[in-house]
Design a binder for this molecule. Structure first.
Ligand code: ATR
Length: 277
């Protein structure tokens, strides 16, 4: 029987997930379809009941449901539990199991970009919100212990470090201090919404000439493809990496959880790039 997948969110109209998953299903000859489900916040519990009633095989979860969905599931993967957010659910013979592939998707993308082991990279994460949390815990789980967090609100960076379920030696900084210490870092990951369309002129802080030319600067924003922060990093000679990979690999990992097979991530990226114009 044809399997049914989808994504629940509000708003959901602009999601690119159906494009990439349906293309991968067709390409790999998998008898399945992926749909958009516009689920309002007060309908989330009913929507999950609907998944069970209709025996939907799996789904993605996006804003604003990633945390609120957790109590309605039967099991939560360890990393997703630590992060406190689920973006992928698989229906295993009636048991709904929640995963988080956002942080692990970022890690896979950055590993491919770097082509060298991550473990000894001294890393700075900018931001301490939900996206930073997923990336931070996933990087620590991957074995990177030298990760500092800087944030506009210092206390939020401190709390994030305290909440990390794995052993770390992380320190928290404000933006000014982080900007001064920028030369220490091999990998810098920008996770705040500063610079996201329509506020394209915003940067969390100005990147000085002290940035190592061998550093990799990543911004999880993909609209625009090159944020002001990435542009500054490029001007200083550093490598840059935009948010497309995180989106592509969170989808590829979800696809693997559902089907057990790895989709062509290059093709997925192409679809996203074309769609973004
Ligand atoms: P997300 O899930 O996208 O991470 P979030 O949980 O609301 O969203 O977190 C937003 C992050 O972006 C926070 O680190 C926030 O900083 P504060 O903790 O000080 O609020 C940061 N942020 C949002 N807008 C920002 C801006 N204009 N400049 C710098 N940081 C900003």
């Amino acid at each position: 029987m044809r399997k049914l997948y989808g994504v629940m969110g509000d708003p959901i109209r602009h999601s690119m997930s159906p494009d990439i998953h349906n293309d991968a299903f067709r390409r790999m000859d998998i008898n399945a379809d992926y749909h958009l489900f516009h689920v309002l916040p007060d309908q989330l519990e009913n929507a999950v009941k609907g998944v069970r009633a209709l025996n939907i095989s799996g789904f993605n979860v996006t804003v604003p449901h990633k945390t609120k969905i957790m109590p309605f599931l039967d099991e939560i993967d360890e990393l997703a539990g630590a992060i406190g957010a689920v973006n992928t659910v698989v229906n295993r013979e009636g048991r709904l199991v929640g995963y988080n592939t956002d942080g692990p998707g970022f890690v896979r993308g950055i590993k491919e970009r770097l082509g060298t082991p991550l473990a000894n990279k001294k890393t700075l994460i900018i931001g301490a919100g939900g996206a930073a949390r997923g990336i931070y815990f996933s990087l620590v789980k991957e074995g990177i212990t030298q990760i500092d967090i800087c944030n506009r609100t210092l206390q939020n960076a401190k709390s994030l470090i305290e909440q990390c379920p794995y052993e770390t030696a992380s320190q928290a900084f404000g933006f000014e201090e982080a900007a001064e210490m920028i030369s220490q870092y091999d990998l810098i990951v920008q996770t705040t919404s500063a610079g996201m369309s329509p506020n394209v002129s915003e940067v969390p802080f100005e990147i000085s000439d002290r940035l190592q030319a061998s550093a990799l600067v990543s911004d999880i924003i993909y609209n625009p493809l090159e944020t002001g922060f990435l542009r500054q990093a490029k001007e200083k000679g550093a490598m840059t990496h935009n948010g497309i990979d995180m989106f592509v690999y969170q989808a590829a990992l979800a696809f693997e959880i559902w089907t057990g097979v790895t989709p062509d991530s290059t093709k997925m990226r192409q679809i996203v790039v074309n769609k973004l114009g």
